[in-house]
Design a protein around this ligand. Structure first.
Ligand code: NI
Length: 267
């Protein structure tokens, strides 16, 4: 594999800001006066098919030195996730979640078998799999049916393999006291913040606070017409020290559960 970690994240970012031009605007706004913006983590979505699950998608990251560190269950949303860390702590963590297909309707399972059949890429060896996008045709009628069962599934069906969100690492961001100040600043600049479960998810006691924008709605060409659907969102994470004095590097399932709703429709 010839791709470097830096090149991989550059390609992922380029694809991400095409789906979510808002993230680039915020990145530019926060990075004014030549400030460097560090990423806390980049998140991906997949489904628990024998060829495309979390462990499969993780392999290209593991080949670049990433190691599995934590796992998470989301019972109501019927998801499972793992996070990965790199020895170079300036590199973002990778958070990969998967839809637990067996907990959904036959119709949803059939749709995802179809997706799997049309995805010929070998996710274990293809460095670019994480930004390879969609390998199948999409229909708005199916999107709407999936959305009723799982907005997560509808998003995955529409966008395929790509970064669902990048996350600004707040601890290394200059100029703001806390996430509430950052959220106010973004709202003053007309960006919409996800308010599900409160604008700031988590707490210092949980050692992680997070907030995010609501995903922008972009026009997508489906086989039965062009429709606007929520795309990707931008997240912000502030980490606190654990009892040993080290910054907590994990995730909080209860907070992530609400953050997943950033790709829900806003109207
Ligand atoms: Ni996240």
């Amino acid at each position: 594999m010839s791709i470097t970690t830096e090149d991989l994240f550059k390609s992922l970012w380029q694809q991400y800001v095409q789906l979510n031009p808002t993230a680039e605007k915020i990145h530019t706004l926060l990075g004014r006066n030549n400030k460097v913006i560090y990423n806390d983590h980049v998140a991906f979505r997949t489904f628990n098919h024998p060829k495309f699950g979390v462990d499969h998608l993780a392999q290209t990251f593991e080949q670049l030195g990433y190691k599995a560190r934590g796992e998470y269950e989301f019972k109501v949303k019927k998801l499972y996730a793992k996070h990965y860390e790199h020895p170079n702590t300036d590199l973002p963590k990778v958070f990969i979640s998967e839809l637990l297909l067996e907990n959904f309707s036959d119709k949803l399972q059939t749709t995802f078998s179809h997706i799997a059949k049309h995805t010929s890429i070998d996710v274990r060896t293809s460095a670019g799999v994480s930004y390879s996008g969609r390998h199948w045709d999409i229909e708005y009628k199916t999107y709407q049916e999936l959305y009723k069962e799982s907005p997560y599934a509808a998003w995955l069906y529409t966008f395929g393999f790509c970064a669902n969100h990048f996350t600004v690492y707040f601890n290394k961001l200059e100029g703001f006291e806390g996430l509430p100040q950052l959220n106010s600043f973004l709202k003053e600049n007309n960006f919409q913040i996800n308010a599900s479960g409160g604008e700031v998810k988590g707490s210092p006691e949980l050692m992680l606070e997070q907030s995010s924008t609501m995903a922008e709605e972009i026009e997508v060409s489906f086989s039965d017409g062009k429709f606007k659907v929520p795309s990707c969102y931008y997240e912000f994470a502030k980490r606190y020290e654990d009892s040993t004095g080290n910054l907590y590097q994990g995730f909080v399932a209860g907070s992530a559960d609400k953050i997943f709703e950033s790709t829900n429709k806003t109207n």
